[in-house]
Design a protein around this ligand. Structure first.
Ligand code: NAG
Ligand code: NAG
Ligand code: NAG
Ligand code: NAG
Length: 447
């Protein structure tokens, strides 16, 4: 089955020419100018850090184990809580239109089980058994289970946590007066173990219970739920994620988000999931100037020191740590910032490794590309170093006679076979310009 999680970007730039020997056009081989002025790729918009910060204030991603749902529910796929400043509640598949079957996470996405299990430590202890306590309401709640309550069963909770994909923290507590725990669920236990994909601390104990769970009988007061001995166990930091399919890590983790050009927009997701962010980048669509998403920056937002949301910012230009300068604003602090760029299976898709001069030169082949003319043609496929011809950078591929000596189109081919993989779906991105010879002459161009 084709997997769109392996989308790879190709980026080439081609000028199409059909020259008319009767015209007065100065051909590219003689450094002629474009007939029509062209819109060269600008740097485009930069990161809208203010909109991101405003949206962080509006979003609420904090939750915990529900008091009215059965334990051991499947972990839902990573959700999207905001897109470009508008709050939403959607799955990544809804947002991208990519089939959910294509975006399974690798099994060891957050690292190996043994690493996590051995790394869990007590982050905060529960209050003494005779006092009311509170359960965590925090980001990245995954699922919960009930562990045998004959003792305060930390081991059972941590053993279970090690089987939960993405779990880096658990909150263990008793919940009293919950009718479902006391009389319905087969576990016959009121000791809840709730798994999270982020690490929380005692200041996030905000769920004190207080629900009426028992049925009303006669005029008797219905006892309200309450919590005791709420402790937290977790890692000291989030585990380094594996690179998403089709992407490579550019930098991170650091405390700086990118403030960079080529910004396409952002999404908030409900856990720190680099694969979800990669899927959002794959499915982001095409910027009419910059093309597809080529880079994303994922980071965790702390507000007043507490995990609040996970930003996925998307760019059509690749950037790096040099622009990762936004450490936050006000009570918002950037943490776990990582940049990933899309891997292109096409080496040198922008012809930028052709550097035989520093102003103007051209060739029919060099290390990474080979131009071939049709029979009887000459220089019908070539590569130019000349920044005014280039869409980005300094070089461009040319299809059409470089010296205006025939009306044939040649072929530009990568010098080495592309390392594509069977069964993988690739997207091809090509910036093309046919404005060199003017609309009348180019009318019969057939690229
Ligand atoms: C552009 O091409 C048209 C013919 O297609 C010609 O009349 C015009 O002079 C050209 N303009 C420039 C700036 O080369
Ligand atoms: C264990 O949980 C069950 C079901 O909620 C409850 O009836 C029982 O009292 C609990 N035992 C302890 C020791 O808390
Ligand atoms: C419930 O309270 C009402 C009003 O106080 C009273 O009239 C009624 O007899 C009570 N019912 C029972 C079963 O105690
Ligand atoms: C919990 O985290 C907040 C924010 O970082 C910090 O201010 C607070 O001291 C922490 N509380 C505990 C009990 O560690």
């Amino acid at each position: 089955m084709l997997s769109s999680s392996r989308l790879l970007a190709l980026s080439t730039l081609v000028i199409s020419l059909v020259l008319d020997s009767a015209s007065a056009i100065v051909p590219p081989g003689q450094q002629g100018a474009f007939n029509q002025s062209i819109t060269q790729s600008s740097d485009g918009p930069t990161t809208d850090a203010d909109l991101i910060a405003q949206t962080v204030k509006q979003v609420n991603q904090k939750s915990g184990a529900p008091d009215d749902e059965a334990p051991d529910a499947d972990i839902p796929p990573t959700g999207v809580t905001a897109i470009d400043g508008v709050l939403t509640s959607a799955s990544v598949a809804d947002v991208t239109g990519l089939n959910s079957a294509h975006r399974r996470r690798p099994r060891h996405y957050f690292g190996r089980f043994d690493r996590r299990q051995s790394g869990f430590e007590e982050i905060f202890a529960g209050l003494p058994a005779d006092q009311h306590d509170a359960a965590i309401e925090g980001t990245a709640f995954l699922t919960y289970t009930l562990v045998p309550n004959s003792t305060y069963n930390v081991d059972a909770c941590l053993t279970w946590a090690a089987t939960i994909d993405g779990c880096v923290f658990v909150n263990l507590y008793y919940e009293f007066n919950n009718y479902l725990l006391d009389f319905v669920f087969s576990e016959e236990s009121n000791l809840k173990c709730a798994a999270y994909g982020d690490i929380h601390n005692a200041s996030e104990k905000t769920n004190f219970g207080g629900q009426a769970s028992y049925p009303q009988v006669d005029n008797n007061t219905v006892p309200l739920t309450f919590i005791t001995q709420s402790s937290g166990w977790g890692l000291q930091s989030l585990i380094d994620p594996a690179d998403p399919d089709g992407y490579s890590l550019v930098f991170g983790p650091t405390g700086g988000a990118n403030n960079a050009p080529g910004f396409m927009g952002f999404a908030f997701i409900d856990r720190y999931d680099v694969n979800a962010c990669a899927q959002l980048c794959n499915g982001r669509g095409i910027d009419p100037v910059g093309g597809g998403c080529a880079y994303f920056n994922i980071w965790r937002a702390l507000v007043d020191g507490l995990p609040t949301t996970y930003t996925c910012a998307m760019y059509y230009l690749v950037t790096d740590e040099s622009t990762a300068v936004n450490t936050g604003q006000g009570d918002l602090v950037v943490t776990y910032s990582r940049g990933y760029k899309r891997i292109s299976v096409l080496p040198d898709g922008g012809f930028e490794s052709y550097t035989a001069c520093d102003d103007f030169c051209f060739t029919t082949s060099y290390a990474t590309w080979t131009g071939t003319s049709p029979s009887g043609g000459s220089q019908d496929a070539s590569i130019f170093f000349h920044p005014p011809y280039a869409y980005t950078g300094h070089s461009v591929g040319l299809l059409g006679s470089a010296e205006d000596v025939d009306a044939l189109l040649g072929t530009l081919s990568p010098a080495a076979p592309l390392a594509t993989k069977a069964g993988v779906l690739y997207s091809i991105q090509c910036f093309m310009n046919t404005a060199f010879s003017g609309s009348a002459v180019e009318a019969s161009a057939n690229v």
